[in-house]
Design a protein around this ligand. Structure first.
Ligand SMILES: NC(=O)c1ccc[n+]([C@@H]2O[C@H](COP(=O)([O-])OP(=O)(O)OC[C@H]3O[C@@H](n4cnc5c(N)ncnc54)[C@H](O)[C@@H]3O)[C@@H](O)[C@H]2O)c1
Length: 257
């Protein structure tokens, strides 16, 4: 088991890739705090993990709240007595607007994609330093590597996530705290549906059709599956990646090749 005896938290873990990660990490022996604002879905994820013999508990709340985004670290430590990994997976699609963008939407996009991620990470440093190290994983996007014309605000936020990750990787490397990121291409989750169906893109087509078309644009000709990103996350989180820090790993079917 690749995470035997380890413990940590995953944000946005009640759905999609975060859920796949929670299940996968638990299967590999980790105790997992499932953080999500969807209370029912977070509890359901915990039930699934426990039914398979794993250890988990749910922390429900909105990560836009600074106190919650920081407090989840302490809660995880209190429950498991250790903190080996944190996967900052939460994110928000943002709007496609520029000229007519409402600044409240702009602030919301940055609050979820960057502010909440910074908060959780900031609270993670002290306990990881005291424990002699740990692994922090971020979820950026292919839009954090190559700009998306349809999503300049999301692009800015996801480039920002990688900037934060790289700065932290260099800053805390000598203290044994590794920081890396996964950069997913299109992955078949509810969030992909909100991306392709954003009303401000005037795409009045069938959402499932748009989802399939999005996948067809990748070199592999399909969307990713949540477990495929969870497997990449597992590697970066685990001790198998012990000499890897500051890396942004595309998991994108060749899209950024
Ligand atoms: N799906 C894709 O195609 C894709 C591609 C690249 C990157 N990403 C990134 O992956 C991450 C999530 O994607 P997913 O596709 O696994 O999502 P998803 O839609 O399957 O699940 C998102 C989860 O986040 C939770 N959530 C949203 N806002 C929250 C908040 N403020 N506080 C607490 N919980 C909140 C939701 O309740 C939900 O359970 C994001 O960072 C996103 O930018 C997604």
């Amino acid at each position: 088991m690749r995470l035997q005896g380890k413990a940590g938290l995953i944000t946005a873990a009640a759905s999609g890739m975060g859920l796949a990660g929670a299940l996968r990490f638990a299967e590999e022996g980790a105790s997992v705090a499932v953080v999500d604002r969807d209370h029912g879905a977070a509890e359901a994820a915990v039930e699934q993990i426990r039914a398979r013999g794993g250890k988990a508990f749910a922390l429900s709340g909105d990560l836009r709240d600074d106190g919650f985004a920081r407090g989840i670290v302490e809660e995880t430590l209190k429950s498991f007595g250790r903190l080996d990994f944190v996967w900052n997976h939460v994110g928000h699609p943002a709007s496609a607007q520029v000229e007519d963008e409402d600044m409240e939407n702009f602030a919301l996009a940055l609050d979820i994609n960057l502010r909440s991620v910074f908060n959780t990470t900031a609270a993670t440093i002290r306990p990881m330093r005291e424990a002699g190290g740990g692994s922090i994983l971020f979820t950026s996007s292919t839009s954090g590597l190559v700009a998306s014309a349809n999503s300049p605000i999301y692009t800015a936020a996801k480039f920002g996530v990688l900037g934060l990750m790289r700065g932290l990787a260099r800053r805390f490397a000598k203290e044994g705290i590794r920081c890396n990121a996964v950069c997913p291409g299109p992955v078949d989750t509810p969030m992909l549906r909100s991306f392709v169906a954003r009303p401000d893109q005037n795409l009045a087509n069938d959402v499932e059709d748009l989802v399939a078309k999005r996948g067809a644009l990748t070199p592999m000709g399909r969307n990713g599956k949540p477990h495929e990103i969870a497997n990449a996350a597992l590697f970066l989180i685990s001790d198998e990646a012990s000499f890897i820090t500051g890396v942004a790993l595309p998991v994108d079917g060749g899209s950024t090749a």
